[in-house]
Design a protein. Sequence first.
Length: 185
Amino acid sequence: MTQHINKAPWLLILLACATGCHTTTAKEGLSMPGTVGTKAPDVKFHLHDGSTVKLSDFEKHQSVVLFFYPKDNTPVCTSEACSFRDAYPDFESLNAVVIGISSDTQESHKGFAEKYTLPYLLASDPDGDLRKAFGVPRTLGILPGRTTYVIDQNGTIRLAFSSQFSAAKHVEKAKETLNKLHLSN
């Protein structure tokens, strides 16, 4: 006897994960980290150049684009990093600092930045503390999430965009959000 399993619900779940839906729990009244409209956590970044900065160091001066990615030197992550590199002049003109974050070491980040001429900062998150602080979701429960946040000059999260497989959309969404912020000022 052959059992037939309806594959449609599983396909929809997989499709939803792949296209990057992001829960907007703030609208439902729940306070979760990394939610649009909430204050960003004041975390400390250990950067590839050996320096350390806090997110609040940028308040009142610049907006911040944080992009969490799984791993240095992997195809999709490299594509995303290079997309942010290529759009870096646009981010500068919108008075925004860009910080890429993964669990890789500072040494790995330094080599990655040099290899691909990345003009922005890379932060090391070996224990996942930054991911936890922002509530970055895992894809299928196992892959470190690919999420981009835009934080305005008041420290408020204005964009939380997750998409594991559409790396180029992260740059597009960040620029759209910054342009809207720039126009409203």
